[in-house]
Structure formats: C-alpha cells, structure tokens
Ligand binder design. Structure first.
Ligand code: GLY
Length: 410
C-alpha cells in the first residue's frame, strides 16, 4: 500500500513538473499586452485601406503627413520605393490571398528600371530586395532573379577595394568634395550582395560584403557600442578624412535609426556568412539600444538629442530594432540570449501596438516616426518603412512562437 502511494506521489509530481515547465515556456512566448493575432488583423485592415485609397499607379506610398489620412507617394527612385511592394508580399505570404500577390506584382515590376540606375546609390538594396527579392522568394519567378542579379552588379560597382568598403553616396564628391562617403545604413544593403553570391551571381560579392562589414566594425562603432552615421575616406586608401552626420544631432552623437540599421545589418551579415563576431557586434549594438532607451523601449530620434526628454521619439528605429532582435534571437544557439532578445522585441512591439503609437486616424499602421529631424522633414509622421518592419517583426514573432523555440528555457 505504502509502495502504491509512493508511485502516485511520483506520478503527480511528474505531472506537476511537466505543467510547470510548459507553463514557464509558454510564459516566455507571451507578452501581457501584445496580442499578435489582433495586431495582424489590424494591419490587414489598414493595408486593405491603402490598396483602396492609394490610386497612383506610378508612385509608391512613402509618408502620411500630420492631419492627413492617406499616403503621399514618391517616385521609384526614392530609397523607400521597395517597402510598399515588400508589405504586399508579406501580406500575400501571410494570407495566401491572390489579390495581395497581384498588387505586389504590379508595384514590384514598376521598379525594374532601378536595376541600372544611372545615379548610383547603396539604396539599390532597400529598393530591390524588398520588392524583387521577397517576390522571388515567394514566386520563384526567374525574371525576378535575373533583375536582382543585375541590380547586385550595379551595387557592387560601388565597392572600393582601396578603402575596403562601399561608397554609399557618390554624389557627395560633387556636393561637398568628399572623395568616398560611406554611411551606416549601407550595412542593410549588403544582403543583396550575399544573396546574389548564393544565387548564381559573382561569388566574390561575399568577400566585398564581409570587408565592408569589417570596415564598419572598425570605423563606425565607438568603444561604448554607439554608432557614427557617416565616415568619409580619402578614396585611395582606408584613411579617414572625417566623421559626419546627416540625420543625427552631430558627428559625435548616435542617430537612432542609423543605430538600428547597423544592428539589423550585422545580424543579416551573420545569417549569410556565419562569422561569429558579426553576431557579437549585433548583440553589442542591441544592448546599447536597450541601455539607452526610455523604459518603453522607443528611442528618441537621436540617443544624445539635447532636450531629452522633450525630444520626439522615432517609431521607425524601434520597429527596425524589434525585427533585428528577433533575428538575433532566432540565430543564436544560446537559450538565454534567445530569450532575452525575443522578449525585448516583444516589449518593443507591445509599445508600438499601444494607443500611443497605433495610427488610428489614417491608413498607416503606426505613427510618431521621423524621416529627417535636422531637415525638419517628416517629423512625427507615418512612414512606409516603419510599417514594413512592424509587420515583418509581428510575422516573425508569430512564427517563432508557433515553433516554440524556447521550450528549454525557464
Ligand atoms: N537612408 C535611410 C534612412 O533615412 O534611414
């Protein structure tokens, strides 16, 4: 009898432990105030409104100014032109519904002339990866692959082996007399080079991308893991002429969106080439963000803006960072690291999904983004790339939760 009692005790203790472990695990993949499925319903309705209300067939949505309801467009040459087709491809992938694919196809194919843009820019990556790249992933359309490879060839022409980095803004030679201008945002556009090398393009593009990332590690990241926006090289050697900013307060401060680009760029580079130090750099940059943000994890537009806390926040930097942190979480093999960045990303998404940041009065998902504070252009507005990274992050978080990546963490 005693023996039987003992067996029951062990049985119930076993059940209790299983309950406890699965309870802990599920706690990790929830956030009290974030309902991902609800947020996705909201995004689907908002994007449907945009499809109805944005009638321009030659431009692409870019910004909704304060007190306006619908998107203002910009030409295919804008660095933001890939994000609207990108959003439509994400929605097609999520819903499987043909109407999203038709819209995505239309706005993607508007961008074909970009492949040979006569004025060169590192933005080739932003414009073409989110349009043709996502489109190719979902359709395997061979024409899209050919267009992407041609664009990668155009992008690769900006690589300067004497500097060991890409020239992001060639027009600065004429405008300011800067021989070779590289900006932190360029880290995001290495993806097109990595992708091309894996998909039948020049295999040497991997080395170019790795060299560029290493130069960025050396010259753009300060010892406290804050970041510079612009580094000007002499163009005939890796010698630096000056450090500058265009989007931040000054050369010595840290522009929030640039910092998010850097974080996301390093984790993307790690994904393609598996260089461990790129993962470490992405984590260092993400940690700087966490340590220097207000409690709700939405940064001021520059981490060193002089009038903090009376400075505007930038939701775009937060949405990009949320998606970058989810990527860090999914690529790391360390359970604690996975947990930390996953939960922090959910916290960011939770704030972005609160009344404060949801854009209830217009066609966008979110508000309180900043295009350029120094230029006083697009301050406190809705931006197409904020919406893109918000949706990307929600979908990533949903998939990670479904895969229950964290079953062992408690
Ligand atoms: N050039 C990209 C940005 O403004 O973030």
């Amino acid at each position: 009898m005693e023996n039987l009692k003992g067996q029951w005790v062990i049985f119930f203790a076993g059940i209790f432990i299983v309950w406890l472990v699965s309870g802990c695990a599920s706690e990790l993949i929830e956030n009290e105030s974030l309902d991902i499925d609800n947020s996705l319903v909201y995004c689907t309705a908002k994007l449907s409104n945009t499809c109805k209300n944005f009638e321009d067939q030659h431009e692409l949505p870019r910004v909704i100014h304060q007190n306006e309801q619908h998107w203002s467009g910009s030409s295919i040459n804008s660095w933001t032109s890939g994000f609207y087709p990108g959003l439509l491809w994400l929605m097609y992938n999520y819903t499987g519904e043909e109407q999203w694919k038709q819209n995505a196809t239309y706005y993607t194919e508007l961008l074909e002339p970009i492949k040979r843009l006569p004025w060169k820019t590192h933005d080739f990556g932003f414009m073409m990866y989110y349009s043709y790249g996502l489109g190719y992933d979902l359709t395997q359309n061979k024409k899209y692959r050919a267009i992407l490879l041609e664009t990668a060839d155009s992008l690769a022409r900006l690589y300067n082996p004497e500097v060991g980095a890409m020239e992001s803004w060639p027009w600065m030679k004429r405008k300011r007399g800067w021989p070779h201008t590289t900006i932190i945002d360029n880290m995001m556009n290495l993806e097109l080079l990595f992708w091309a090398a894996e998909n039948g393009g020049n295999p040497n593009y991997v080395n170019m991308a790795i060299h560029h990332a290493r130069k960025t590690q050396e010259d753009f990241i300060r010892p406290d893991h804050s970041t510079f926006h612009i580094v000007v090289y002499d163009s005939v050697s890796p010698n630096i002429i000056r450090k500058e900013t265009d989007q931040g307060v000054s050369a010595e401060t840290t522009w929030a969106r640039g910092h998010s680009w850097a974080t996301y760029g390093f984790i993307k580079a790690y994904k393609y080439c598996n260089e461990q130090d790129f993962l470490m750099t992405a984590m260092d940059l993400a940690n700087y963000y966490i340590q220097n943000c207000p409690e709700d994890l939405i940064p001021y537009w520059d981490f060193d803006a002089p009038l903090i806390p009376n400075e505007p926040r930038d939701a775009s930097a937060a949405a990009i960072m949320a998606s970058a942190m989810l990527e860090i979480s999914s690529l790391s093999n360390d359970d604690e690291v996975k947990q930390k960045y996953y939960l922090t990303a959910l916290q960011i998404l939770s704030t972005l999904s609160s009344e404060e940041y949801l854009s209830t009065e217009n066609d966008a998902f979110l508000t309180h983004s900043i295009s350029s504070k120094p230029a006083n252009s697009g301050v406190n507005v809705s931006l197409i790339y904020t919406d893109y990274y918000y949706l990307e992050a929600l979908l990533k978080a949903k998939q990670m939760a479904a895969e229950a990546t964290f079953a062992n963490v408690h």
